[in-house]
Design a protein around this ligand. Structure first.
Ligand code: ZN
Length: 250
């Protein structure tokens, strides 16, 4: 049994709640699909917790942006990337832990394969940035068909912050609430695990999945988002919108 988490976005309160929830369910390992940082106020703590708890961790587009530069981000996301870079990039007098955190980010892989499953932050075709959304079943069928064709069997992603499962034939399942389960079958499938630190499906609880053989269960974990929002608000008025998104789960 495996827990798969994604899109932490420097939200330590959500991450701590999810780690506690996952370990309590008797899983063997936790894997993370990237975006450890960006949007949230606690990148250091989140990187440390991921390093300690996750056997596999991939790179997300926000992690890449902090290491390099933010391309096609909105203005508040861009400003948060520069802030995060200032917090994380080791200065000349940096201690070992700061250097190690930065190197951990730099060395994150962009994909992972195991048995007949593949794991990416965003998509197998464009590993860091392509969005695979539930609405694509209606508006961009060719994109999903192409992706479902290139994968071996199951493909686990994050990035959109919207949990869902799309099977070959474009059968869409949108999980609702805590404990929603989907049985994977012989058809290829894309599974979006949702976001720990900034859910966008209207449910403000942190999202992750448990994978048990071919059964995927979405777990939703309440956490103290007001604490995270208050910390974000301390950064200045412009940033308050990022705290508000946590309250409404959008
Ligand atoms: Zn993200």
């Amino acid at each position: 049994m495996l827990a798969i988490i994604s899109d932490i976005h420097a939200n330590a309160e959500a991450l701590e709640a999810v780690l506690q929830s996952a370990w309590m369910q008797g899983i063997e390992e936790i894997w993370c699909l990237g975006d450890l940082v960006g949007y949230g106020p606690n990148p250091q703590k989140c990187i440390d917790l991921i390093q300690k708890n996750c056997k596999v961790c991939l790179m997300g587009n926000h992690d890449w942006a902090v290491l390099h530069s933010p391309v096609s981000f909105n203005s508040i996301a861009t400003r948060m990337i520069y802030k995060t870079k200032k917090w994380l990039k080791p200065a000349e007098d940096a201690d070992e832990q700061q250097i190690e955190r930065w190197e951990f980010l730099e060395n994150l892989p962009k994909g992972y394969d195991e048995d007949d499953s593949c794991f990416f932050h965003a998509s197998p075709r464009d590993k860091l940035t392509e969005y695979l959304l539930p609405s694509d079943v209606q508006y961009d069928r060719e994109k999903l068909q192409d992706v479902l064709e290139v994968i071996d069997h199951y493909c686990f992603v994050g990035h959109t912050h919207v949990p869902c499962c799309i099977k070959e034939g474009l059968e869409l399942v949108v999980p609702e609430g805590n404990g929603f389960t989907v049985e994977l079958d012989e058809r290829n499938a894309i599974i979006n695990v949702g976001s720990v630190g900034q859910p966008r499906d209207g449910d403000n609880r942190a999202s992750y999945v448990i994978l048990d053989e071919n059964r995927v269960t979405w777990c939703r974990v309440p956490y103290r988002f007001e604490k995270t929002a208050a910390e974000i608000a301390k950064l200045g008025k412009d940033y308050e919108i990022l705290g508000h998104r946590l309250r409404v789960g959008r």
